[in-house]
Design a protein around this ligand. Sequence first.
Ligand SMILES: [Zn+2]
Length: 131
Amino acid sequence: MTAEPSDPMSRVLNAGLDLARAELEGSHLDEDEVRVLELCDDIGDVRGVALHEMQQANLEVITTVSRDMQAEEDIKAWEEEQSRRCPSGGQDVGRMINIDGMDDWKIECPTCGAMWWGGSTVLPEHDKPRG
Ligand SMILES: [Zn+2]
């Protein structure tokens, strides 16, 4: 339980806020409750506060759900990228193949056989050949 505010006005407005929440949720208020609610709404806009609260709560639910979906998408995209990518990317494992009679060479990836003209033996990030 949270501590009850001690000053009477806060307690009245809190009670009014409870009524405003109940009204928003579709509860039936009796005549006295409606009168208290009307009064508190005049003093402290409790209906506006309750409505704002509800909108905030809904907004939080929506953003949480979309954040979870986003994370799932990211993981899927990452897994897909990993499955397409050759694990030798960024590794210093490239095989240099000198080309006879030319001042040129090729680099071959020992894992997937991808080839590049020239460059260093540190392999660039590259997709595995399909199939
Ligand atoms: Zn490779």
